[in-house]
Each structure stands twice: as C-alpha cells, then as structure tokens.
Design a protein around this ligand. Structure first.
Ligand code: DAH
Length: 339
C-alpha cells in the first residue's frame, strides 16, 4: 500500500507539469483525488490493514493528498497566469491603426444658398413665413388677380387635386395668407416648393423652389424695392454686383419688373453663362396691385407694398456654376459631395 501511495505521488509530480490547461487539470484532480479516484480507492483498502499499520498509512495518505493538492494549486496558478497573458496579448489595441470614419452628411446646395438668402433678409428685418404646397385655387390664382379665365394661367398649368385644389405653382399665395392673418406693417420672405406640369430638361422641373418677398407699410415705393434688392444682390454675389430693372407684367403687381444681376462669371462682359448678355435674370417683382392688397384685407388707400419672387434653383446654379438643373434633384453623391 505504501508503494501504491508513493507511486501516485510520483506520477502526479511528473504528469502534472505536462498538463496544458485548467480543464486537463480538473480531469486529473477527479481521476486521482475524486470520490472514485485512485487515492480514494487505495484508502478504501485501509480496513484490511493491521491496527499498527493503519495510522501510519493514514498519515502517509494524508501527506500524499496534501502534496498533490499543493501541486495542483501551483500548476493551476501557473496555467492561469499564462492564460491571462495570452488574453491580454489578444486584446491589445493597436492605436496606430487608421480609424474607422463614418460619413457625415452636409447641406444640399439649394439649402446652402437658401440659408444665405434667409440670413440676408433676416438681417434686413424680414421674418420667415410659410404656406401649404397643396393650395386652394383661390389663393394661388384668384386672390392674386388671376380670375378663372385669365390667359396667364396657361403658363402655370399644374396638378389639380380637385377643381378648386391644386399643387401651388408659385409662392405668391403666401402673400394673401400673411396679409389675412397679420395686419400691416408686413416684412416677410416665404421660401418653399412649387409645382408645374413642365417636362424635365436642363432648365425645367415639375417641382422647384421660390422665395417670395412681401413688404407692406405706409409709404412703400419702388425705391424701397430697388434698395432692398440691391442690398440683397450685393450681399449674395459681392459688392461689385449691379442690378437691372426691366419693365414686365404680372397680374398681381403694378407696375411690374423683372430684375437681372450682372453675370458673376464674366462681371458683365458677356460669356456662355449669360449667353453673351452680361446680365442674368433672377427675379420678378413690383408694387403690389391694389386689388391684391384688398383681397388680403389691407386698405390700399392707407398702405402700399412691394413684392418679389426669386427662383432658388437659378440663384444656386449661378452661384455654383451648375449648368443643368437635373443635377440638383438626382441625389447623385458624386455631384452633391462637391459642395
Ligand atoms: N410668382 C411669380 C412667378 O412664379 C414670380 C413673382 C413675380 C412673384 C412678381 C412676385 C412678384 O411676388 O411681385 O413667376
């Protein structure tokens, strides 16, 4: 029996050092020290020993168990240290690796220019107004002095929801809505999307954007319109910019004008951008027609006003030298990423 015990101890000494992980270690422990283990099997034979031998063997068995347990503990600690080290190595972060970047979006060119326009007008004391894109015929046409049979309606065909309800063709209906809601003085711009049944090409789209302007107060004249627009054009395109006012006709203004700016590409000399003219048209405007003031609930005897409508796509195309309007609506990141 003594021999068996010593053998176990020796075997443990050599074998334990060869165990490579905690699992193998545990298996070994069960195999040797467990309830059905080798050491236990030997101890079960104690009954066959004489009374003198028994305590001696008992002591030896305890010593063997103790030393094996110590060895196990040592080996376990060593294996754990190795495992820990491996884990640390695997989790090492290489701070010199290039980082993962996520793409950050930015403003659409139309929004860039619109925000500039808003800033300029807010700086001149204007407020921002809005109106619905699905509009009544009354606000889009009738109240703006365009009765049902007016020929100018032909140039602004649109998508009708019912006989009396349509997708607005212009931002001008916001003029009436603001006048109805708010009495004079008024000083607003109303940017927004408008719709027309136009076929898509380089300068047309079934939807585009306008920026409406309306100023109503006592004693407003064409001089206010010219001064404010001049200020606006210089702020947007630079101090050297000049404006040209050409007589025109709109049903809702009297007198009416179209306004050109000196071509910012050639400075007025003439180039392909301005088709050799030196000027490019950016807006229509004029003095608000007395009938329109009345339709908005404003007394034309007491108040006068000016109004204008700017095409945001044109402003943006001139600003960034874009020659095809379709680029603004196709959402091609190769294009949009350039701004
Ligand atoms: N609504 C006009 C259009 O779409 C533009 C316009 C012209 C607006 C003159 C105005 C204005 O407010 O006074 O063609």
């Amino acid at each position: 029996m003594k021999e068996q015990l010593n053998k176990i101890r020796e075997r443990a000494l050599t074998e334990l050092n060869e165990l490579q992980n905690i699992e193998e270690l545990e298996n070994f422990r069960v195999q040797v020290l467990g309830k059905k283990g080798e050491l236990t099997a030997i101890l079960k034979q104690m009954g066959t020993l004489s009374a003198e031998e028994r305590p001696q063997m008992g002591q030896l068995a305890n010593e063997v168990r103790q030393s094996i347990e110590e060895l196990l503990a040592q080996r376990k600690a060593a294996l754990k240290a190795v495992e820990q080290e491996m884990k640390l190595k695997m989790e090492t972060v290489d701070v010199t690796l290039p980082g993962k970047t996520s793409d950050i979006g930015h403003k659409h060119p139309l929004s860039i220019v619109l925000d500039e326009v808003k800033d300029i007008f807010i700086g001149m004391g204007f407020q921002i107004a809005t109106g619905p894109e699905v509009e009544w015929d009354y606000y889009n046409f009738e109240a703006l002095n365009l009765p049902p049979d007016h020929p100018a309606r032909d140039t602004q065909d649109t998508f009708y929801i019912t006989e009396k309800m349509l997708l607005r063709t212009q931002t001008s209906p916001v003029q009436i809505r603001v006048m109805e809601k708010q009495s004079a003085p008024i000083r607003i711009i109303a940017p927004g999307r408008v719709y027309r049944s136009d076929a898509v090409d380089a300068t047309h789209s079934p939807y585009f954007h306008q920026i409406e302007g309306l100023v109503v107060d006592e004693g407003i004249t064409m001089g206010d319109l010219k001064g404010n627009l001049m200020q606006f054009a210089k702020r947007l395109y630079g101090d050297q910019t000049q404006l040209r006012f050409r007589p025109h006709h709109f049903p809702f203004t009297e007198p009416s004008c179209e306004v050109d700016v000196t071509c910012f590409k050639c400075g007025g000399k003439g180039c392909p951008m301005c088709k050799g003219e030196g000027w490019v048209e950016i807006l229509g405007g004029g003095m608000v027609h007395p009938k329109v003031l009345k339709n908005g609930g404003v007394d034309p005897e007491k108040y006068s006003g000016y109004a204008f409508g700017i095409g945001l796509e044109r402003l943006t195309m001139f600003r960034f030298n874009i020659d095809d309007m379709r680029l603004l609506f196709e959402n091609d990141m190769r294009f949009l990423g350039q701004f």
